[in-house]
Ligand binder design. Structure first.
Ligand SMILES: Nc1ncnc2c1ncn2[C@@H]1O[C@H](COP(=O)(O)OP(=O)(O)OP(=O)(O)O)[C@@H](O)[C@H]1O
Ligand SMILES: [Mg+2]
Length: 239
């Protein structure tokens, strides 16, 4: 689904060209939930931005869905991907359903079908009752659910998540992770999750690359777990 072959990326840091991603080779299979974990500044978000075509490598090749990502293919390939952020990236002056409808508006698709689809997705993420609410009145967890519903509007084959639960409390985080897992199972979506939180990665991922100073230090396979939201009491009493 995604392949990096010897990918490197340089940035200018303090007027000096610095190699931020250093010869990374990795391969992510269809339907995997793949984690990228590592210290702050190790290059995780940069890897995601390379994967979604936002920036280009200085060296090496990136393949999305078995096609090489380049100037010619980028626009078409990136249409099958979507991104979820720590900060939700919603428009505060629009209500919930208007936010969910944004991608289809940009793509100028049939309006009536889309309203029905947006309503269905809001029901899937558990927000049917908040369709007309304004974003500023929602909790963090609700905002991330809106962002996830919006992501699903374009039927992405690939979802990239950059620290999707870092702004949320533990219980809400679990609920969002469960939702991502449900999406992976129901829609067979491949998901790449960046986090510096090991518990998030352990709860969600099948495979994890440990990133250290722009390199893959290790790749670990994890046993998949049944995810369920835990109560505060359980969390407090667990080891
Ligand atoms: N556009 C840019 N220009 C210059 N340097 C950049 C740019 N983007 C990232 N960097 C640098 O590249 C390195 C890797 O950054 P990146 O954001 O990928 O790290 P990260 O692993 O996502 O960190 P965090 O966990 O803090 O989000 C950092 O040293 C950062 O300062
Ligand atoms: Mg980052």
């Amino acid at each position: 689904m995604i392949r990096f072959e010897n990918v490197s990326k340089d940035f200018i840091v303090n007027d000096k060209k610095t190699r931020v991603i250093n010869h990374i080779t990795l391969s992510i299979e269809k339907k995997e939930i793949y984690g990228l974990v590592g210290q702050t500044g190790s290059g995780k978000s940069t890897i995601l931005r390379l994967m979604n075509g936002f920036i280009e490598p200085d060296d090496g090749d990136i393949y999305l869905m078995d096609e090489k990502l380049d100037e010619k293919t980028k626009h078409r390939l990136v249409k099958d991907t979507s991104m979820i952020f720590q900060s939700f990236n919603l428009l505060g002056n629009l209500n919930v359903i208007e936010n969910v409808l944004l991608p289809s508006k940009i793509r100028k698709e049939n309006k009536k079908d889309n309203i029905r689809k947006a309503q269905k997705l809001l029901s899937f993420v558990g927000l049917s009752n908040l369709e007309q609410s304004y974003i500023r009145n929602l909790s963090g967890g609700e905002k991330q659910r809106v962002a996830i519903a919006r992501t699903l509007m374009t039927n992405p084959k690939l979802i990239f998540c950059d620290e999707p639960t870092s702004a949320l409390d533990e219980k809400t985080s679990y609920e969002i992770l469960k939702l991502l897992k449900d999406i992976n199972e129901k829609f067979e979506t491949t998901i790449v999750v960046v986090s510096h939180d090991i518990s998030v990665i352990k709860a969600l991922c099948n495979r994890v690359a440990i990133i250290e100073r722009g390199k893959v230090a290790d790749i670990i396979s994890l046993k998949t777990k049944d995810l369920r939201p835990i109560s505060y009491k359980e969390a407090l009493l667990s080891d």
